[in-house]
Design a protein around this ligand. Structure first.
Ligand code: KG4
Ligand code: ZN
Length: 324
């Protein structure tokens, strides 16, 4: 039995967790900074790093105490992509612990962490699978042939889908983060009220583009008198429709037998519902709390990396724009 401590500080959540054998969460804690950044309408990098510094020691103490663990077997931390200042707080802290405890240090790609969040579920997928990774910084379809063997099939050419939710929420005067705000506002709206563009829908390649959708919302709002619930519902319908369509296309092109959906936007109820109904293969999604940034997914990916590649040197430094 191995206990891996996972540390996530790539953006605005300080996530710490202790996970057994990459599957079973023994204790976890997340400090969200959403309330601090909301006043600015988005994440302020300098404030984010300071907040991580303030909460990281106490959260780690809390997690280890709760699990009754003095020293874990390895320490994993998000190494990128993300905000450099925030990544430096988490990785420096993780390396200090690894050094003091004489335990392996495991630097983890944030998106690989999101992928491994499905292995925290009882019903976890076998390999291979297609992954739809949708977050504030990423929108991509990846063929996952085996652990750590990935092929990028298509990604966004401009904005990420989560970023688009955040920007459109701002246009509609809805609070940050935009995803949950838009989902809530859309509940009372008519998704057919506005006919918004579905970019790249009719092309064979698996790339995405979300900047045109945001611009279309902006132009429609210029006319004035637009009911927010109708626009939220119409926007959500268009944004999710493209994801479902491209995912089906990728499944047909690759013949991959199962689908994993991960990242913050995987929390979206319409996306979850439509993929379950329309993917045509078994669909694996993390529990809602593991869709958003958390330490458990980093520990799960860390465990797998450790089994496959061993530890990394402590001289390894974070990379703000690391490809998967
Ligand atoms: O994975 P995540 O926590 O952080 C990044 O790695 O970016 O994802 C955050 C993103 C934000 O853009 C947020 O608006 C979006 O996920 N999000 C949602 C929902 N919940 C969070 N988007 C659509 N519907 C939701 N329910
Ligand atoms: Zn994330």
């Amino acid at each position: 039995m191995s206990l891996v401590l996972g540390i996530e500080t790539s953006c605005d959540e300080t996530g710490i967790a202790l996970v057994e054998d990459g599957r079973r969460v023994r204790a976890e804690a997340v400090a969200s900074q959403v309330d601090v950044h909301r006043a600015f309408g988005g994440v302020v990098p300098e404030i984010a790093s300071r907040q991580h510094t303030t909460s990281i020691v106490q959260l780690t103490r809390q997690v280890l105490d709760e699990a009754g663990c003095a020293v874990p077997d390895a320490v994993a931390a998000t190494n990128g992509p993300g905000l450099m200042g925030s990544l430096l707080v988490g990785t420096s802290f993780a390396k200090s612990l690894a050094l003091a405890w004489a335990r392996p240090y495991l630097p983890i790609h944030h998106i690989e962490g999101h992928l491994f969040s499905v292995f925290l579920e009882e019903d976890a997928p076998d390999w291979p699978f297609l992954a739809l990774i949708v977050s504030g910084g990423h929108t991509q379809l990846t063929a996952c042939d085996a652990p750590h063997r990935y092929r990028l099939l298509g990604a966004t050419r401009d904005d990420a889908v989560g970023e688009c939710f955040d920007k459109v929420a701002r246009l509609l005067g809805l609070p940050y983060p935009g995803g949950p705000s838009i989902q809530a506002a859309a509940e009372g709206g008519d998704p057919t009220a506005f006919d918004l563009p579905r970019a790249m829908r009719d092309s064979d390649d698996l790339a995405f583009s979300y900047s045109g959708l945001k611009t279309a919302v902006r132009y429609a709002l210029n006319d004035g008198g637009v009911p927010v619930p109708d626009m939220a519902a119409s926007f959500q319908a268009a944004a999710i429709d493209i994801l479902v369509h491209k995912t089906r296309q990728a499944l047909a092109q690759t013949g991959l037998p199962r689908l994993v959906v991960a990242g913050g936007v995987a929390a979206n109820a319409l996306l979850r519902m439509r993929l379950q109904a329309e993917a045509g293969v078994p669909v694996f999604v993390p529990a809602l709390r593991y869709c958003l940034d958390n330490g458990a997914m980093i520990a799960a990916a860390g465990y797998s990396r450790w089994q496959h590649d061993g530890a990394a040197p402590l001289t390894c430094t974070p990379a703000p724009s690391l490809p998967l």
